[in-house]
Structure formats: C-alpha cells, structure tokens
Design a protein around this ligand. Structure first.
Ligand SMILES: Nc1nc2c(ncn2[C@@H]2O[C@H](COP(=O)(O)OP(=O)(O)OP(=O)(O)O)[C@@H](O)[C@H]2O)c(=O)[nH]1
Ligand SMILES: [Mg+2]
Length: 295
C-alpha cells in the first residue's frame, strides 16, 4: 500500500500485477466540513455492511481539521478497535502536496484495497479545497455530510462540492436547528438539477445512535444500482481511464523534455536559437518529429 501510495521503486510492476484484480469495488466518497460526523457515520455504516458480509476498505485523507484538532490518531485507533478481527482495511493519508497528486495517490491506494478483495471502499475527506474535489472524482458515489447550523455549507458551495454530491446527509439530527437545516438542504436539492436522472436524497441521521444509517446505506446502494443500470458507471470508468492515460502521457513527455534539455546536444540547438537562426517553437516541433510524434 505504501509502495502504491508513494510510487516507490517497483510501482510499475506492482500495478501491472494488481490491475487485473481492480475495478470491482463500489467507491463511496464521504465529504463534509470538519467535525460534522463523517468518521462516526462511516463507522456506523461499516458495521452495517460487515453484518451483511461485505469486505470493507476505509481511506481517510487528512482528517487533521482545525475544529477537532487533528483527530487522525483518535479516529484510527477508534476505528481499529471497533473493527478488530473483521474484514476492514483502514488507511490514513496526509493531503499535503498538490490536488492532482493526492487524488492520484488515493486512486492507487484504493486499487490496492480492491486487489485484496475489498468490495466497498469509503474515502473520507474534509471537502474544503481543490484536493477534495479531485478526490471526489475518484469515488463513484459522493456523500456530502453537513450538520445543523453549519455555516460551512456556503463554503462547500464555493468549493464546488455540492455539484458533485449524489447524497446529502444531515447528521447530528438530534441537535437544535436540525429541522431548519433539513428544509434548507431540501430546497437546495429542489433548486438544483439532478445529474443524469438521479434525484439527490436528503438523509437525516444521528450517527452516534446509528439512526438513519440504514436509510443512508440504502441510498448509497441505490445510487450504485442507478449507475450500473443506466450504463453511466461504464461511461464514468472510461472517461477516468482516458484522463489517466492522458495524465500519464503528459508526465512521461515532461520527463522526456527535462532529459532532453540536460543533454549536451541541446546546447547547439540553444546556440542556434540565440543566434536567431531557428525559433523555439520550430525547434520543439523538430524534436517531436525526431520522436515520430509530429509529421
Ligand atoms: N450530537 C451528535 N454528535 C455527533 C453525531 N455524530 C457525531 N457526533 C460527534 O461529533 C464529533 C465529531 O465527529 P467525527 O465523526 O469525528 O467527525 P468528522 O467529520 O469525522 O471530523 P473530522 O474528521 O475532524 O473532520 C464527535 O465528538 C462525535 O461523537 C450525532 O449524530 N449527534
Ligand atoms: Mg473524521
């Protein structure tokens, strides 16, 4: 898992070996402002799925939120204890670095989990920035968790998280203001377009008491069924593979360009350009021609 996450030496051959065993799990993103109860909700959901005989993976991306003050360790210890001796694989990762990088690492960690047989994989992110939007793109079903009086909802709208959510959860339904927030969320759903014929449900939960969690699990499963039946799952998978090949190509070409620049022969080319006997764009095209990439 570490090798996959960091792309350490041996990554290429490891990916080649595991790849045929990947692509079969349902990937569920759980996003929302700090402290809304994402981890508690996931724990409750996972307990339910385990009872149904499902093998589960959990990926927690940078749970160090300013509100709960770095619950990474607490979360992990609590979850580990909860799921001792059960088929759960838990992995935490820090989201330092650029958005694309963390999404890529998440994608590969998820693949590792799929390869060892995890059937449902939950990916928890705080949902505050670009990185979270990129990670949400790794999942197939995105659950947005809010709570009463959470002013952060506006923040999420700005971050574009609302647009990628398939299920809205109002957690902490036991707190004051829950009724008002429920109305607000429902109006948000009504005013928005549902994606490709899916109507976004608003599910009210009390994660600490497992209330509403059955309904949430049903909504998650229903969305997966919707994706499969509509053929949209296949479309999404193809689109993401396309994007991944393209990213990979660009990275390789970038590598190639760097090597080329360091090559001694390049200084002759640069001399020519400095002397205005060739221009940089023509030089680049000539190099591509040499590679057989441009006619
Ligand atoms: N009253 C109430 N408290 C809840 C509920 N669900 C979670 N909590 C509490 O809210 C706090 C935060 O819960 P977490 O599950 O750690 O929230 P989180 O969204 O994972 O937090 P970060 O990962 O730090 O963003 C904990 O003290 C939970 O016990 C709920 O339904 N009702
Ligand atoms: Mg958490």
């Amino acid at each position: 898992m570490t090798l996959l996450e960091n792309r350490d030496q041996g990554y290429d051959s490891a990916l080649k070996v595991i790849y045929p065993r990947t692509g079969g799990a349902h990937l569920v993103g759980v996003t929302g402002p700090p402290g809304t109860g994402k981890s508690t909700l996931i724990s409750s959901l996972v307990t339910k799925y385990l009872d149904d005989g499902c093998a589960i993976g959990i990926v927690v991306v940078d749970p160090t939120s300013p509100v709960t003050g770095g619950s990474l360790l607490g979360d992990r210890i609590r979850m580990k204890r909860l799921f001792e001796e059960r088929s759960v694989f838990i992995r935490s990762m820090a989201s330092r670095g650029h958005p694309g990088g963390i999404a890529r690492a998440t994608r590969d960690v998820v693949r590792g989990m799929e390869a060892v047989g995890m059937e449902k994989i939950f990916i928890e992110t705080v949902g505050a920035g670009q990185a979270d939007t990129a990670i949400a793109d790794v999942a197939q079903t995105n659950v947005l968790v809010t709570m009463p009086e959470s002013g952060d909802t506006v923040q999420l709208m700005k971050a574009g998280i609302l647009e990628i959510a398939h299920i809205f959860v109002l957690n902490k339904g036991d707190l004051d203001g829950a009724d008002r927030m429920e109305i607000l969320l429902k109006s948000l759903v009504d005013s928005g377009e549902s994606t490709e014929g899916w109507t976004i449900p608003v599910v009210r939960t009390v994660a600490t008491k497992d209330e509403g969690v059955d309904v949430l699990a049903s909504s998650i499963d229903a969305h997966y069924e919707f994706l499969r039946d509509s053929g949209f799952l296949e479309t999404v998978k193809r689109r993401r593979i396309e994007q991944e090949i393209s990213e990979s190509l660009i990275a390789s070409l970038h590598e190639y360009a760097k090597e080329k620049m360091d090559h001694p022969a390049m200084s002759a080319t640069i001399d020519r350009i400095v002397a205005r006997r060739e221009d940089p764009v023509s030089a680049a095209k000539r190099i591509l021609r040499e590679l057989g990439l441009q006619s």
